[in-house]
Design a binder for this molecule. Structure first.
Ligand code: MF3
Ligand code: CO
Length: 250
């Protein structure tokens, strides 16, 4: 028993609804990213958009996390805490990670945005991170094994010289934000569980220009690259089917 839940038809409908609303929040909030806005402004607006959609911000108070959105800039990998004095500037890369609960079902997604003109290497990092997600989900089909996804994501990034974060992983999702299984983004020796139609998974590569190693900040949340290089994050909640996976949060 892997403890992985298989969603019923009705539950899948609810996961679809949650995903659609989250995609909308991401699109709206992404448009607000510009030089001069604070990360707290983004969090406030994000929370408002989530609540207006009839949803609950899943991150708020999760294990004590103090906000609705994670805003992680440049060498911050994930879980950046919004602050009034943290101002976004031209040339930054900004990851927004957002989760919501709608009618009892969760959706979780992240995007990395370039602010105005950013370096070539920053743009390439964002692109490879997104591409690695799509490379991974080519294998997200009933009958394959979970680590087929991990291997595809990891090999895609490592072969291009990037560092794949190992200390944080993707996860199952449903009534809870974090359900089994854990989904590493780097190559595995084992095969992992058999994928079945009705599983819903949050796949989330976190990729560094430099080394894979990360540090955990004294604020209890912010994760940064150990070597100070840029990091990008891309995540969607997906549904496993007998054929192509359905990307619920896009
Ligand atoms: N998307 C992240 C995850 O899957 C964010 C959760 S951290 C939180 O783990 F505390 F902010 F909720
Ligand atoms: Co997640």
């Amino acid at each position: 028993m892997s403890g992985v839940t298989i969603k019923s038809k009705r539950e899948i409908e609810l996961m679809r609804d949650a995903g659609k609303l989250l995609a909308e929040v991401h699109n709206r909030l992404g448009e607000e990213i510009a030089p001069g806005i604070s990360t707290l402004d983004l969090d406030r607006l994000g929370e408002e958009l989530i609540r207006k959609s009839g949803s609950i911000p899943s991150f708020l108070n999760y294990e004590g996390y103090p906000a609705s959105v994670c805003v992680s800039i440049n060498d911050e990998v994930v879980h950046g805490i919004p602050r009034a004095d943290r101002i976004i500037k031209e040339g930054d890369i900004v990851s927004l990670d957002i989760g919501l609960i709608h009618n009892g079902y969760q959706s979780d997604a992240a995007r990395t945005h370039a602010v105005g003109q950013v370096s070539e290497e920053a743009l390439a990092l964002i692109k490879v991170t997104e591409e690695s997600f799509f490379e991974g989900i080519k294998y997200a089909v009933a009958g394959n094994h979970l680590f087929d996804i991990s291997n595809a994501i990891g090999n895609y990034c490592i072969s291009r010289g990037y560092g794949v974060v190992r200390d944080l992983v993707g996860h199952g999702i449903g009534r809870e934000m974090h359900e089994p299984p854990q989904i590493p983004n780097f190559p595995q020796k084992r095969k992992g569980i058999l994928l079945c139609a009705g599983m819903t998974l949050a796949i989330e590569p976190m990729i560094n220009i430099g080394r894979a190693d990360v540090d955990f900040s004294d604020d209890g949340w912010t994760v940064t690259t150990a070597d100070g290089t840029l990091s990008a994050h891309y995540e969607n909640t997906i549904l496993i089917t007998e054929g192509e996976p359905e990307i619920l949060s896009l």
